[in-house]
Design a protein around this ligand. Sequence first.
Ligand code: SAH
Length: 346
Amino acid sequence: MIDEVQGALADRLARAITLGGPIPLSQFMRAANAEYYATRGGVGTDFVTAPEVSQMFGELIGAWATDLWDRAGRPEVAFVELGPGRGTLAADALRAMRFAPPVHFIETSPRLRAEQAERVPDAVWHEDLSTLPDDRPLIVVANEFFDALPIEQVVRAADGWKRRLVACQDTLFLPVSGPRLPDEIVPAHLRDAPVGSIVESSPASVAVMRELTARLARQGGAALIIDYGYDGPALGDTLQAVRGHAIANPFDAPGSVDLSAHVDFAVLGAAAVRAGTAVHGPVAQGEFIGQLGIATRAAALAKAAPARTDEIAGQHRRLTHQDEMGTLFRALALTGDGWPVPAGFA
Ligand code: SAH
C-alpha cells in the first residue's frame, strides 16, 4: 500500500516533468518529504534524533524553558514545537517543566500528528505558523526541523552559474543544470569557484524564520533551534538521503527516503536580526547541554537505575562527544525584546 502511494508520487513528478520540463530542486524536495513524512517510519526507522537517543535531551530542554520563563517574570506563554516528530522531545520537556503552558505543534504529517497525540494529547496542531496564538509570548523549540525544509542549489558550469533542476529519464530522476543565472546570485567570494561547485540556499527556511522572529519581536518569547549546519554562504552539496540508517541516493524513489540538507546558521541568524530579535550562539550541542547539566542528570538517572549505568553513559556520550552529535549539531537561540539571555548561551 505504501509502495503504491510512493509509486504514485514518482509517477506524478515524472508526469509533471514530462509535461513542463525539469522542476526546481526545492519543488522535488518539498513533494518528496511531504510524502515521506506522511507515509514512512521516519524518525526511528531511518534516522535517530537526539530526543530519541535519550530522555535527557528533552528533559534538559524542559529545564531550559523553565529557567527562561522564570527569569522572564513567569508570564503566560505558549510552548510551541516545530516538527515534533514522534512527540518525544515535547513529552520529556513538559514532564520536566515547572509550569504547564498550552502546547502548540506545527506538523503537516497526519500520521506523525497521531503519534504526537499519543504522547501529548492536549496539544493543538497547526499546518504552519500563521495560526499560532498571537496574544502571548511564545517559547519555541525546533530540533532537526529546518534541515527537512526544501533547498535550492546553483551549480558552477564552464559558462557561469546555473540553477540546479530535477529532470526525469524514463523513471529515473536526476539533477541537471538549468538556465544560466546572473553571477551576482552567488556571493562575490565564491563566484570564481571551480566548475561543478555548488552553493545552496533555503528560501523556505528563511520564510519560516522571518515569520517566527516577527512573532517574537511582536509578542515576546524565545526560540531554540538545534540542527546540523554551517555558517554560509559556502560551497558544498549537502543534500542527503537516508533510508534504514544508511545513506541513499536523494533522487531515487522520492517519498521513500528522508531528504535533508545542512542548515545555514549565518543566514538564519541574519534573518532574525533583521526582524529585531536578539540572536545567541550558535553553540555546539555538546557545550550547550553540558552547560544545562547533562552530567548531573546522567548521574542521577544512573543512581536511580544502576543496571542502566553503561547505557546512560553511552547516551550521554552520543549527545555530547565531538565524534558523535556534540559538535556537528549546534544550538541557536532567539529572544524578543526584554527577554533574558537563555541558559547555555552565556
Ligand atoms: N523534531 C523531531 C523530528 C525531526 S524530523 C525529532 O527531533 O525527533 C522533521 C519533522 O518536521 C517531522 O515531524 C516532519 O513531519 C516535520 N516537517 C517537515 N517538514 C515540515 C513542514 N514543511 N511543515 C511542518 N512540519 C514539517
